[in-house]
Design a protein around this ligand. Structure first.
Ligand code: NAD
Ligand code: DAU
Length: 351
């Protein structure tokens, strides 16, 4: 039975993960969700688990060392799954600084507190012994590897070559995680997943943004020529992969996660238009994102062969479920796109 600290659980993947594990896919005694509830966090995503006696929500910052220490001493976690981050590339282009503090300092704070609580002799700098069964899992991204040309895939041995302030901050965090394993022996894993899609994704990201605009008959802003390629994975498959790594991952190892679903952005946009019964006249090509990575593709052979994980959803099933979810949750979409979202949209896309 795990006592688990999940950070960023009010966000897109974190909330899906909490739903997934509380459904019984993982043996949980206690789950504390530490989330600052930034623009990207939404407690409405978790309303159905509020009454679960295993679940505790704490509003707070992963950079707040005193708070993180207090939570460790109160709840005696044996597992940390660190999702909390600034996660949107376009925002990192205009406001890089918060990406560095949240994504790098936040990670180091969690690692450091976990090290001092889990180390058997915390004051002995040469000791590398930790309590049994403890693990820190860093939720990273395929973007740390940079961009691919028309061929090839990212393996865990691909050199890190991040291109945006977002991916550079995630790569920096990965390096700190690695250092805590190499220097102190902290039992860690890093997962690097490709693009996720599914319920509860904030409509600053491609798929929910395009669905929202389609439903409002607004232009669909496709960056550049729309031929950039992303490798899509249904969010629940990311959650099951994280559980596989928590249970069976070898300490210190990195695991790539992906489902072999490479699609050009324009293909995704056309699929959404078609599924929602809208015409292609809504497509509007706009100026490209600065430093835009051309193609991502994940080689998932390590996690499939070593940990026996495989995705449960085909791209077609995942997309059908996702589109259905947004159609059934238009009130959710209305709420998250009111207020600050409007000025964000204006700032990013103009009229
Ligand atoms: P998100 O932006 O939807 O959610 C981030 C969450 O973190 C929000 O709930 C926010 O309130 C919280 N948060 C932000 N700053 C915080 C702080 N200082 N302290 C505590 N909480 C804070 O992000 P997401 O898309 O769910 O991504 C989650 C993680 O997965 C991120 O680390 C991201 O890099 C990684 N990832 C995302 C994808 C993807 O396709 N979305 C793919 C691979 C990896
Ligand atoms: O690969 C994993 C990464 O996927 C995660 O680490 C990030 O947190 C997540 O945001 C995502 O990054 P991307 O930049 O790939 O996702 P985004 O949804 O922002 O964009 C997907 C593609 O669509 C990208 O090529 C840019 C393009 N795009 C995006 C938006 C928002 C457009 O053409 N128009 C848009 O309006």
């Amino acid at each position: 039975m795990k006592r688990i600290l999940v950070t960023g659980g009010a966000g897109f993947i974190g909330s899906n993960f909490i739903h997934y594990i509380l459904k019984g896919y993982f043996n949980i005694e206690l789950l504390v969700n530490l989330d600052l509830v930034t623009y990207a966090g939404n407690l409405e995503n978790l309303s159905s688990v509020e009454g679960d006696s295993r679940y505790i929500f704490v509003k707070g910052d992963v950079r707040d060392r005193k708070l993180v220490q207090k939570l460790f001493s109160e709840y005696e976690f044996d597992t940390v799954v660190h999702f909390a981050a600034e996660s949107h590339v376009d925002r990192s282009v205009v406001e890089p600084e918060i990406f560095l503090t949240t994504n790098i300092i936040g990670t180091q704070t969690l690692l450091d507190v976990a090290k001092s609580y889990w180390k058997i002799e915390p004051d002995n700098k040469y000791s590398r012994e930790f309590k049994s069964g403890v693990k820190y899992l860093q939720v990273s991204t395929d973007e740390v590897y940079g961009a691919l040309g028309t061929t090839g895939m990212f393996t865990e041995l691909t050199p890190l070559s991040p291109n945006s302030p977002y991916s550079a901050s995630k790569a920096g965090a990965d390096m700190i995680v690695r250092a805590y394993h190499e220097t102190y022996g902290l039992p860690v894993n890093i997962t690097r997943c490709s693009n996720n899609y599914g319920p509860y994704q904030f409509p600053e990201k491609l798929i929910p943004l395009m669905i929202h605009n389609c439903l409002e008959n607004r232009p669909l802003p496709v960056y550049g020529d729309g031929m950039q390629v992303r490798d899509w994975l249904y969010v629940e498959d990311h959650c099951s992969a994280i559980c596989a790594v928590l249970e069976r991952g070898t300490a210190g190892e990195v695991y790539n996660i992906g489902g072999n679903n490479e699609k050009a952005n324009i293909q995704i946009v056309r699929l959404l238009l078609h599924s929602l019964g809208k015409g292609e006249e809504l497509i509007t090509y706009v100026k490209d994102r600065p430093g835009h990575d051309r193609r991502y593709a994940i080689d998932n052979s390590k996690i499939t062969s070593q940990l026996g994980w495989k995705p449960a959803y085909s791209f077609e099933q995942g997309m059908e479920q996702t589109i259905r979810w947004y159609l059934d949750h238009q009130k959710w979409m209305e709420r998250v796109t009111s207020g600050a979202y409007q000025s964000y949209y204006q700032r990013m896309y103009g009229k």
